[in-house]
Design a protein around this ligand. Structure first.
Ligand code: MN
Length: 514
């Protein structure tokens, strides 16, 4: 305190206050702030901008409890000097960004194969924290996606605070937002890009690192990702949706994705959830928080109906942490229920409570209250839907259920059509058993939601995505779009051709096994 210092580093942010101009400067060891003042509210050193290498001379002081260097001069370094410094900083950050060697929470061959990609994802996120970029997390708005988002949030926030040695860094440098659609939509990307570019313009920030969770792998994500890539934003995807054909561990979307973690890339499938993958990556980013979030993969697995060795191990792990399978199921239901009403908000405080990351007493009370209410609403929905469900046993042995969800379900309330289809499907599965091939289709005027038991995939090679592509080719005028997992997803089309699309879909199901 009070000493004169000289710092050489990169400007990572320039903020104009009503008093001085504040330059955030990072070197190979850390981040600090330099204040420069001419007149109140007037930008000093207009030639020094975010991304420049500078030499700061000044005196160390405190401002509002935060370290601040009262600068005497800030000079921009150019030419070889700046190149050398930039390399020094880059190498140092690269080294510090390297994740610790950690072990996975469970044993899994698929995870072992994914390790290099997961390591790169963890490193990219750690790098962004250290080089002064903000981190923008987008995740699917269901229990799995939210578990994934929260895991990354819990790992990143303490590191952000540390790197910026101030307590409010998390609000400036971290954003988590749910995506309503099961993919990264145009609606999401216009928002994200607008805010990011505004932050650059208005707050002198760098462009963010975009992290897509339980989203980002499929062809439907490509348009939004292409837009992001035009601005050279780095993109990390951690997903378990079917990404299309895999050649040499790459898929179509990789043209726009820098680091891609998806079990399909290494011969696995969607039965390892995005929540589990994100918790494993969070463990690599910041092992100190792992203890706290170890039960999330169980909740994600139950929420996503994942059935695999890995899913069972994660469910057991959560049980060891004091959450029985029933409780995991309850928590997943509550997250889904609350996500419906949160819409575009991340609901951090509430979600923390539901997931058992906050006050334990409130957790118990809230989960009980929400679960009761969500059950009630599901039952109301099923009372309307089930009597109007048309069920038939096809010659190939498949039990095929069809519901007009527009006419026989309550609209604009929980559960929405997708979930309603899931609950209707589950009630049929309960009747006939998991091993029975069952397909359930709930349709509205211009969409339908499809659920199938794994047996349909095992016995007939059923993959919803392939049927969607086939129908899109067969009926181009219907503007077909959609997909998801092999056995759960959606199909969208223009209203005028709904009859033809639905009949063609039904024919695909009838023809399975032929
Ligand atoms: Mn998922």
């Amino acid at each position: 305190m009070g000493k004169s210092v000289r710092i050489i580093g990169e400007v990572v942010q320039v903020q104009q206050t009503s008093g001085p101009t504040i330059f955030t400067v990072s070197d190979e060891t850390g981040t600090t702030w330099a204040a420069a003042f001419d007149e109140p509210g007037v930008r000093v050193y207009p030639g020094v901008n975010t991304g420049n290498i500078v030499e700061v001379l000044g005196e160390v002081n405190l401002h509002g409890g935060k370290i601040q260097i009262e600068s005497e001069s800030i000079d921009r370094l150019i030419g070889q000097d700046s190149v050398d410094i930039r390399k020094l900083i880059d190498d140092a950050i690269n080294e510090r960004a390297e994740p610790d060697d950690t072990e996975f929470l469970i044993e899994s061959d698929t995870l072992n194969l994914l390790r290099p990609m997961m390591h790169n994802a963890a490193k990219a996120i750690r790098r962004a924290i250290l080089d002064g970029r903000s981190i923008l997390v987008r995740h699917h708005a269901d229990a799995d996606g939210i578990c994934a988002g929260v895991a990354i949030e819990k790992a990143v926030v303490p590191l952000l605070k540390e790197a910026n040695n101030n307590s409010d860094a998390e609000w400036h440098y971290f954003k988590r937002a749910p995506s309503k659609a099961p993919f990264y939509e145009i609606e999401d990307v216009v928002k994200d890009l607008s805010f990011a570019l505004e932050d650059v313009e208005r707050h002198g920030q760098k462009l963010p690192l975009l992290v897509l969770l339980d989203n980002g792998s499929t062809e439907e994500d490509m348009l939004a990702l292409m837009k992001v890539k035009i601005y050279d934003i780095e993109v990390v995807v951690i997903d378990h949706h079917f990404p299309g054909q895999v050649v040499d561990r790459t898929v179509a979307v990789d043209e726009y994705v820098d680091v891609h973690v998806n079990p399909y890339l290494v011969g696995g499938d969607s039965q390892i959830t995005a929540g589990a993958l994100a918790v494993e990556v969070a463990n690599m980013i910041n092992p100190e928080v792992t203890e706290k979030i170890m039960h999330l993969p169980g909740i994600a697995a139950v929420g996503d109906h994942a059935a695999s060795d890995e899913a069972n191990k994660y469910i057991e792990l959560a049980a060891d942490r004091g959450y029985t399978r029933d409780e995991q199921d309850k928590i997943a239901s509550c997250v889904d229920f609350e996500a419906f009403y949160l819409r575009f908000m991340n609901g951090r405080g509430i979600i923390d409570t539901i997931l058992g990351l906050g006050n334990k007493e409130k957790h118990g009370k809230l989960v009980n209250a929400l679960y009761k209410e969500s059950l009630k609403r599901v039952q109301t929905q099923l009372r309307a839907a089930l009597p109007n469900l048309k069920t038939q046993k096809l010659p190939n042995g498949i039990i095929f259920n069809v519901l007009d969800v527009e006419k026989y379900a309550h609209k604009f309330t929980f559960p929405a059509p997708g979930k309603t289809c899931g609950f209707v499907h589950d009630s049929i599965v309960q009747k006939y058993g998991e091993e029975t091939p069952i397909v359930t289709l709930a349709y509205g005027p211009d969409f339908s939601v499809i659920r199938a038991t794994d047996a349909v995939n095992e016995m007939f090679g059923f993959n919803l995505n392939e049927i969607v592509w086939k129908l899109a080719k067969k009926i181009p005028e219907a503007g077909i779009d959609g997909g998801g997992h092999e056995c759960a997803g959606s199909l969208k089309f223009v209203e005028g051709l709904s009859k033809k699309v639905l009949e063609s879909f039904a024919k695909e199901v009838v023809d399975l096994g032929k």
